[in-house]
Design a protein around this ligand. Structure first.
Ligand code: SF4
Length: 376
């Protein structure tokens, strides 16, 4: 058990102090780092260039300066990203990649060069019709364009073999994470809602090959232990991400464990594999085409609700918790559709409106407690 606690503490430290962790990793590996705003940035290409992709998903910084550029009805993740950029917290990055999945992200792209001129911007536009041949071809061209940008930063060419090696490491990461999220139900006390979140979050600030090795060791150690007795509540959580600490603590206090998630910050990153055939860039483009059930990716069949129902059934969950990021239009547009489907399937649901920077979590804490009592 000591080794398990050691690995968890190490990953938690990384997740709680990302800048320190990234700088340490840069020193250790000699790599330059590139910031990746949500969502689905081609980290494999960055990694293939010998650079370190780093996730930029907001934080806990007070918003003061960013309001000069972004309206207060932009989501808190992006307002905090711009605030942190303006405060010089990303100055050690060689560039940031910003995909334009939603109106807020388009607005960030427009404002970044003025608000954060020190940090070089690489925008990337994803196709709306990602599943048709023209959409895939377009995305491959976008990947070729940004590949040149990463080559310039790295000062070397990326070969097909570099890309294949990088994809292999990222596919290993995805497989490892699917295995990890699948065992949470067996160890719900050790991997409570907060611990699970921090372990997954640490991946954004580490070299993936080192992270993979750590996660494999953690799972090997866990498998030596018997399943933990648990009289709490098992839920599937959906949304962009689950933060702050106070919110996660409220889940832990009410013995609510995430036996599965449909979070953009977590499982949506690793539930879809790359195809095995085609060139490296084709395989990456098809991973976007094949990914379903995400509000950011246009889906005329609207599979989000069915995916949630399957997650509940497959994991014998007691219900679904919706962590709705305030002012997130793509998630808000999906909600009424899957809400009806969950209600029709008789699945209890808790809707929480969250922000990354919340003054008080008291109201949310009460609602989590009421939901837990209702389920019991
Ligand atoms: S998808 Fe939602 S949370 Fe993400 S950047 Fe856009 S508005 Fe913000």
């Amino acid at each position: 058990m000591n080794r398990i606690l050691e690995i968890i503490a190490d990953l938690q430290e990384t997740a709680n102090h990302p800048a320190k962790a990234v700088k340490a990793s840069m020193k250790e590996t000699g790599k330059k780092a590139v910031g990746c705003l949500p969502y689905y940035t081609p980290d494999e290409i960055i990694y293939a260039a010998g650079l370190l992709p780093v996730g930029l998903w907001g934080g806990q910084t007070e918003i003061k300066e960013a309001d000069k550029y972004l309206q207060s009805f932009c989501c808190s993740i992006m307002r905090i990203n711009v605030e942190q950029g303006m405060k010089g917290m990303y100055d050690f990055l060689s560039a940031v990649v910003i995909p334009t999945y939603c109106d807020t992200l388009k607005c960030i792209c427009d404002n970044w060069q003025v608000a954060v001129p020190k940090t070089y911007l690489i925008p990337i536009v994803y196709p709306q019709h990602r599943k048709i041949a023209a959409g895939v071809a377009y995305l491959i061209d976008e990947y070729k364009r940004v590949q040149k940008e990463f080559e310039t930063i790295a000062g070397r060419k990326i070969t097909e073999q570099d890309l294949e090696d990088s994809i292999a490491i990222y596919e290993d990461y995805r497989k490892t994470m699917r295995q990890f999220t699948a065992i949470v139900g067996k160890y719900p006390k050790t991997l409570n809602a907060k611990t699970r979140h921090l372990i997954i979050k640490a991946a954004y600030f580490m070299d993936k090959s080192r992270y993979n090795a750590k996660m494999k060791e953690l799972m090997e150690e866990l498998k030596k232990l018997p399943a933990e007795n648990f009289d709490g509540i098992k839920v599937v959580v959906t949304g962009i991400l689950v933060e702050t600490d106070a919110l996660l603590d409220a889940f832990v206090e009410n013995k609510m464990v995430f036996v599965a998630d449909d979070l953009a910050h977590e499982s949506r990153q690793f539930r879809t594999c790359a195809r095995s055939e085609g060139t490296a860039l084709e395989r990456l483009a098809y991973r976007i085409a094949d990914h379903d059930g995400c509000s950011l990716l246009y889906d005329e069949e609207k599979k989000h609700g069915q995916l949630l129902i399957e997650l509940v059934r497959d994991n014998r969950a007691d219900g679904v918790v919706v962590c709705m990021m305030k002012f997130c239009n793509p998630e808000e547009f999906d909600y009424p559709i899957y809400k009806k489907e969950l209600e029709a399937a008789g699945i209890p649901m808790l809707y929480l409106e969250i922000e990354q920077k919340m003054d008080s979590a008291e109201q949310i804490r009460n609602r989590i407690q009421s939901f837990a009592e209702m389920i019991k």
